[in-house]
Design a protein around this ligand. Structure first.
Ligand code: F0G
Length: 459
């Protein structure tokens, strides 16, 4: 028989209790946190969907690697294992470990960014955008039109708009575009995949103008599996082979190992350009550490190497993509508006359609995040005008393109009954959506304000 039920391809060896609280307690916790879920104590959260980053459950083999890590300052065997696994997947010549993704971004954009430069991407994630902008350069999103419409179902909504990219290069000038980036999967736009054809075509445009192409590869394995499921010609390839082809079109990559390397900390910068690699290593020594550990312990490098072997396992990816889709399908069946189809690592509630009467300047996504916590102890994150909203020169509010609430699913952490509980809570909040209120900001930092902002409900 070919079983219909897709099960978790692991059994549980070690458990971590979660804490139940009452609604009254949660009202106090949320108020104390300035209505910002980032400022809650994790202990006061029942199901934590704030992020899929650094929240994976490690395997027995990864924990064994932790014990086996070589903590030599220079030339650690754990580095060479890490290097060989990353090189096998990416095909890149120079592998530079960093403590997480943004550290790789910081080094890269310090070297290639600067005033007057532009970095095109399908969609920059917040830290990538911040690192580009911090260097003085401008981060530009050139997402394909269909990716901007939450209600349209399409296979590769993370694709780059190739025509816009070429027009953009002509407009700004090749000399002002040090590199072009593609984020797989497209986190800011719903965890949607990018097709192999689109990566190949982006590369062709880049090659024509001699611009290096970089992958922001945090979720490369999830992207590879979507290609296997949805793109003609890839049905019989392994996720590893597909990932290798994806990277073969790139000249470099940044990666947060906290996603698709199944670890709690780690990242890397992978490069083919020798001069850029040398300059990166020099900066790495100043900011992260010696090139064979780069801000990580030897044990972390072991865990990353092992995680990268496990992430391309097909039964893992099948379970992973299917369990996120299950959550999405149940929500759609109950009428909850989400970005369709479900993404790889998260479900994104479309707050504009969920709360059409709350305007962007009153942060409808924030309102849903608050209510999910109050109703069921669930922590989600707003990806909308709190995260991406801006003010123009006259202080006028410019909303984000989309108002989303992300329910990011940690890897190998929650079981199907956790997911069923989530569905119950979200559907209940949706039924009572008319009672939800808008929010106003009472404090905000000049950059990445969503992490520390404080709010008040508008009565
Ligand atoms: N790029 C993408 C696409 C990301 O999603 C993230 C992190 C980073 C870069 C930065 O990596 O956190 O290791 O420094 N995203 C997390 C998230 C934080 O919740 O989506 P990092």
């Amino acid at each position: 028989m070919k079983p219909k039920t897709i099960i978790e391809p692991f059994k549980i060896k070690s458990v971590e209790p979660i804490r139940f609280t009452t609604r009254e307690e949660r009202e106090k916790f949320l108020k104390d946190a300035g209505y910002n879920a980032f400022l809650l104590h994790a202990d006061d959260v029942l199901i934590d969907l704030l992020t899929d980053s650094g929240t994976s459950a490690m395997s027995a083999k990864q924990w064994a690697g932790i014990m086996d890590g070589d903590e030599s300052y220079a030339g650690s065997k754990s580095f060479y294992r890490f290097e060989s696994v990353v090189r096998n997947i990416t095909g890149m010549k120079f592998i530079i470990p960093t403590h997480q993704g943004r550290a790789a971004e910081k080094i890269l954009f310090t070297l290639v960014g600067g005033a007057g430069k532009y970095i095109p991407n399908n969609s920059h994630f917040d830290t990538t955008r911040a690192n580009v902008e911090f260097s003085g350069a401008e981060a530009v999103d050139l997402l394909n039109e269909v990716g901007k419409h939450p209600e349209i179902r399409a296979d590769f909504k993370g694709n780059m708009d190739i025509e816009k990219l070429e027009a953009f290069i002509k407009e700004k000038g090749v000399e002002n575009i040090p590199l072009c980036m593609i984020t797989v999967t497209n986190n800011s736009g719903g965890g949607q995949p990018v097709s192999m054809q689109n990566i190949r075509e982006t590369k062709e445009v880049c090659k024509k103008y001699n611009i290096p192409l970089f992958l922001d590869a945090c979720r490369f394995a999830e992207n590879a599996y979507f290609i296997k499921l949805r793109e003609k010609g890839y049905e019989n390839k392994t996720p590893l082979e597909i990932a290798q082809e994806m990277f073969s079109y790139a000249d470099g990559a940044t990666m947060s190992a906290k996603k698709d390397a199944l670890v709690n900390i780690g990242g890397f910068l992978a490069l083919n350009d020798e001069q850029l690699a040398m300059n990166s290593r020099n900066l790495l020594i100043v900011t992260e550490g010696f090139p064979t550990y780069g801000g990580l312990a030897g044990r972390d490098l072991e865990a990353v190497a092992q995680g990268l072997l496990e992430i391309v396992d097909e039964s893992y990816l099948q379970y992973r993509i299917r369990s996120v889709a299950y959550l999405g399908e149940k929500l759609v069946a109950a009428g909850v508006p989400i970005i369709e189809p479900p993404g790889g690592h998260a479900i994104y509630i479309d707050a504009k359609r969920f709360l059409p009467d709350i305007p962007a300047e009153q942060f409808p996504g924030q309102s849903i995040v608050a209510e999910l916590y109050l109703e069921g102890g669930i922590r989600a994150v707003e990806i909308g005008s709190v995260m991406f909203g801006k003010y123009d020169k006259n202080g006028k509010f410019i909303p984000s393109m989309m108002e989303l609430v992300r329910l990011a699913v940690p890897r190998r952490v929650y079981t199907q009954s956790h997911i069923d509980y989530l569905i119950e809570v979200i559907v209940e909040v949706y039924k009572n959506r008319n009672k939800l209120k808008g929010y106003k900001i009472t404090y905000e930092a000049p950059m990445l304000r969503h992490f520390t902002a404080r709010f008040e409900p508008i009565n």
